[in-house]
Design a protein around this ligand. Sequence first.
Ligand code: 13P
Length: 250
Amino acid sequence: MRQPLVAGNWKMNGSQESIKTLLSGIKSGMGRVNNAEVAVCAPAIYIPMAQAELQDSGVAWGGQDVSTEASGAFTGEISTAMLQDFGCKYAIVGHSERRTYHGESDQYVAKKYAAARAAGLVPILCIGETLEEREQGITEEVVARQLDAVIELEGVAALANGVIAYEPVWAIGTGKTATPDQAQDVHQFIRGRVAAHDQAVADGVRILYGGSMKPDNAAELISKPDIDGGLIGGASLKADDFLGICEAAN
Ligand code: 13P
């Protein structure tokens, strides 16, 4: 049985003041959540605040990206050890915004996945097609290519220690959620692709949906057999909305 995971990706949002309010709101509302595992991925500079506030709250925290390198002359980068130094459990890798704006290739993302996993962090591997790719009918080809890069580098067993997030790029921040059936189709395809290598890994790996998930559409999405939770952007910035999504997994 896969425990649902609802993870907030705050992206580049917040201030000390707003994050303090958000963290205490999430913490105090955790009584509403009785099934999902809950996590927040904060901008790196605010991770110490998440650690201070969420200690023993039942809410995990993580980074939004991580370096492939262990340490040294890599200006601006954050290492796996640094995330762990501040108690992170998760690290998002390969978010479409990083693939698009920072030119991260499938192979580079696979290296990030490997680095996170080797350090004992749980990587959240984001994959998903653009609108153009969906309209061309190559959604499966795209997500397969993104997934296969990790399997080729690390072997399928590596997915047993991670989480996959299917995030159709056209649904991110647009208010255009994939329908539960559209999302389920791709989730099923992803799980099938993993199963072709290893059925047990496929049965165990959590596949989250991301893209305009909100309290009012979350339950229907998460009720689908291959949708094991959500990676939430905009709606994770308000404690009540985020908790509403967490509750939808009850
Ligand atoms: P939105 O929930 O704002 O669409 O963002 C989804 C996302 O990109 C999470 O990583």
